[in-house]
Design a protein around this ligand. Structure first.
Ligand code: SF4
Length: 320
């Protein structure tokens, strides 16, 4: 629902590029999308999700005209609830009650940063206090609560992103999404970039920061449900500059393993060894196109990677 309900235009946002959706969603579109999903015989405990725009700020009758058809499908075992995303300053008691009454179970807030100056520079139109208040209210109504953050915004740096990560952890969201900033055509950021006033993060810089954030959230027991913009849609067409990679999360997880392996090796006088990683983590530990192994090889290490069922996510053990 690109830009629906948005009271302002954030510096980085061109949702027509991100979503690929150009027409206004109708109640019939909701029925059709749900029915299509129900053709999948394996569908169980799924969610009906409305993403894009500021769902709780769209005109009330229109919002209800979309929610009510979706709500009809909840309670069958195929769909467990409705998920929406919105702005932190568009949450109050009245809207929470409406969402509850219409079977919304999960609410994600586009917080983007917990630094008020970064929020101001990027025309967000809300403060970090709005994020804190909204999270508390959503939790008091029992919604699964998600927070979305961005790295590499105008006026941001690594410290700001890590500080935002820490403040998120204090708020104990159920889920987090991390998006490195991508400069899209027809945005304020694109203008700043073209005037030379804004330097976007490179993929490499974004991987370095986002891998730290991913590890922080994982250690705090917070589920990270997305890292990096979805490929597809129209992102590639709208792309001007910045940290976009279709397998961005994979790059971050590989970086976590690389850093962990290097850390472990610091305390060992070995050049040849076996690296044990959790089940299913071999490709991340080895890296895309064996990048991690090549890099470790250049440092003089000859390593073999094996999986160990007893290890937890991102845990690494090295044995000679
Ligand atoms: S980032 Fe969110 S609030 Fe800002 S313009 Fe885009 S959809 Fe609207």
């Amino acid at each position: 629902m690109p830009h629906k309900g948005c009271p302002n235009q954030c510096s980085f946002c061109n949702q027509k590029s991100i979503s690929g959706q150009l027409n206004e969603l109708t109640p019939d579109d909701v029925h059709q999308a749900v029915k299509k999903a129900m053709e999948n015989p394996g569908l169980k405990n799924a969610e009906i999700a409305f993403f894009g725009g500021s769902f709780t700020a769209i005109e009330r009758d229109y919002m209800l005209s979309l929610l009510q058809p979706a709500a009809q499908y909840i309670d069958f075992d195929k769909f467990k609830g409705i998920r929406i995303s919105t702005r932190p300053d568009c949450i109050d008691d009245e809207i929470c009650q409406i969402l509850k009454d219409n079977k919304v179970t999960a609410v994600e807030l586009g917080a983007q940063s917990m630094n008020d100056e970064v929020l101001r520079l990027n025309h967000r139109g809300h403060t970090s206090r709005d994020v804190e208040n909204a999270v508390k209210m959503l939790r008091s109504y029992g919604f699964e609560t998600g927070l979305q953050m961005m790295t590499g915004l105008y006026g941001s740096d690594e410290n700001e992103s890590l500080e935002t990560g820490k403040r998120f952890i204090e708020l104990l969201p159920d889920t987090v999404r991390i998006y490195p900033t991508v400069v899209l055509r027809n945005t304020h950021l694109a203008e700043l970039y073209e005037k030379g006033e804004y330097s976007p993060q490179t993929v490499e810089q974004a991987v370095e920061i986002c891998s730290k954030l991913l590890l922080m959230f994982s250690q705090a027991g917070i589920r990270v449900i997305r890292v990096g913009l979805h490929s597809g849609g129209n992102v590639e067409e709208g792309f001007v500059a910045g940290a976009y990679h279709p397998a961005f999360k994979e790059l971050c997880e590989s970086r976590i393993y690389l850093n962990k392996i290097l850390d472990e090796l610091k305390n060992k006088a070995v050049t040849q060894a076996t690296v044990y990683v959790p089940k299913g983590a071999t490709s991340q530990a080895v890296g895309q196109k064996k990048q991690n192994l090549k890099l470790l090889g250049e440092k003089g290490y000859n390593l073999t990677v094996k999986e160990n069922l007893d290890l937890e996510k991102y845990q690494v053990i090295i044995k000679e």
